[in-house]
Design a binder for this molecule. Structure first.
Ligand SMILES: NC(=O)c1ccc[n+]([C@@H]2O[C@H](COP(=O)([O-])OP(=O)(O)OC[C@H]3O[C@@H](n4cnc5c(N)ncnc54)[C@H](OP(=O)(O)O)[C@@H]3O)[C@@H](O)[C@H]2O)c1
Length: 400
């Protein structure tokens, strides 16, 4: 209960961490753009999670700092009559490391954004925010475990009780398990990569869309981080195993590995492919959001490939030799390397740059670090498949 105690005395940070353990490290395949992963969470301890959740509900997990809902997005300064924009509120999932942390830092240090760091490991996130120098008044840590739909719903509830308006949501968190020989599962029994990266974010973004609709912020955005590895129109996307959702028979069966395959296409389990498939789902979901809601809400829906951030936690569980060689390989051979700091700035750009308001776009950056609208692969831009993924996913997460 030490973690809960920590959350109780904090006026800024919310909710404790879940129990976690590192899974074993296994061999990966080729030196493509992303060949290794972090294999971290042990989500089998659902009892522990329930106990913690019940505890949180009893004590009340919200330690809200400010109540911003009533504040209009544009305030009129009394002295010279100039209009000023209030601080925006941006939720970033998986902001405890890598891209999410760097983006949170880039946004928070402008002073224009209050970042909700939505993380599964409270203390890690707290330490990360501190060491990144993110000012406490510009961020709030809230617990979110995307591998549990209950946790997603509880996060939404906690966020709502904070009283803040929601202006931007960034779905960034991910797990990548390319060396796993057997599937592992979320609390609801979905294969972990697709369950976390796609289904957890799907429920989160569907629920929070309602909050974003209510915000009066002038440029509201919902961003889902994509990846080159899910796009088979690229070299990296052609490193086997390639992404392929097939006819979605595994997804329709619930990805439980029992009476259905743990893979979306119904095939044999492959951890690297499951990650790539989940990224295709992320990119399809962004476009389906755009088709369904952009005109009605004015919200900008976007995805991005920030570049190969070869130093992030995504590779933390790989063998030391790989971790040693992968960054220079990406820097000097493929030249696809981008630092965490620069990648964070790219994501922050998609959050707030006034020139990146176009909806339905998958952003990438060229060698001069200029953003451009990239082409998605045939499958990752298949509107019919996007509709089907949407419909099956809403059944799986209990929205239909
Ligand atoms: N690295 C690259 O080269 C690269 C390239 C293209 C796209 N991307 C994308 O960039 C995004 C960020 O990845 P990264 O490279 O920054 O990796 P990372 O450092 O490992 O960050 C992943 C984040 O997701 C969090 N996370 C994992 N499982 C979670 C769960 N169940 N609930 C809540 N949060 C969870 C992690 O939390 P913990 O800190 O607790 O583990 C971590 O904060 C991902 O969407 C990835 O697909 C990365």
């Amino acid at each position: 209960m030490a973690l809960q105690a920590a959350s109780l005395v904090s006026s800024t940070f919310v909710v404790p961490e879940e129990g976690k353990s590192s899974a074993s490290l296994k061999e990966s395949s080729l030196l493509g753009v992303s060949l290794s992963d972090h294999v971290k969470a042990d989500f089998s301890s659902s009892t522990l999670k329930w106990k913690k959740r019940e505890f949180n509900q009893r004590v009340g997990t919200v330690r809200a700092q400010t109540m911003a809902t009533a504040t209009p997005a544009v305030n009129r300064a009394s002295s010279d009559g100039k209009k000023t924009l209030r601080q925006g509120c941006c939720i970033v999932t998986g902001a405890s490391s890598g891209l999410g942390l760097a983006a949170a830092k880039a946004l928070a240090e402008t002073g224009k954004w209050h970042v909700i760091m939505a993380c599964r490991d409270f203390l890690k996130a707290e330490r990360a925010a501190k060491s990144a120098g993110i000012a406490k008044e510009n961020c709030t840590i809230m617990h979110l475990d995307l591998a549990s739909l209950d946790s997603v719903r509880q996060f939404v509830d906690t966020f709502r009780r904070s009283g803040r308006a929601l202006d931007v949501l960034v779905c960034n968190a991910a797990v990548y398990l390319p060396t796993a020989k057997e599937p592992t599962f979320t609390a609801e029994g979905f294969e972990l990569s697709v369950g976390t990266n796609h289904l957890g974010h799907f429920l989160l973004s569907r629920l929070l869309l309602e909050d974003m609709k209510k915000s009066d912020y002038p440029s509201k955005r919902l961003i889902i981080v994509g990846s080159i590895t899910g796009n088979t129109n690229t070299l990296a996307g052609n490193v086997p195993p390639k992404a392929n959702l097939g006819d979605l028979r595994g997804l329709a069966g619930g990805l439980n590995g029992l009476n259905s395959s743990a893979m979306i296409d119904g095939g044999e389990f492959d951890g690297a492919k499951a990650y790539k498939d989940s990224k295709v789902c992320n990119m399809l979901t962004m476009q389906e959001f755009h088709r369904r809601f952009h005109e009605e809400t004015g919200i900008t829906f976007a995805s991005l490939y920030p570049g190969c951030i070869a130093t992030t936690g995504l590779f933390r569980e790989h063998i030391p030799l790989f971790r040693l060689l992968f960054p220079p390989f990406q820097k000097y051979i493929t030249k696809g390397f981008v630092s965490e700091e620069d990648a964070g700035k790219r994501l922050a750009q998609v959050v707030s740059d006034p020139s990146l308001t176009k909806s339905g776009v998958y952003w990438s950056w060229n060698k001069d670090s200029a953003s451009f609208e990239n082409q998605l692969s045939q499958e990752a831009s298949d509107a019919e498949k996007a509709r089907k993924v949407w419909e099956v996913s809403e059944k799986l997460v209990g929205l239909a």
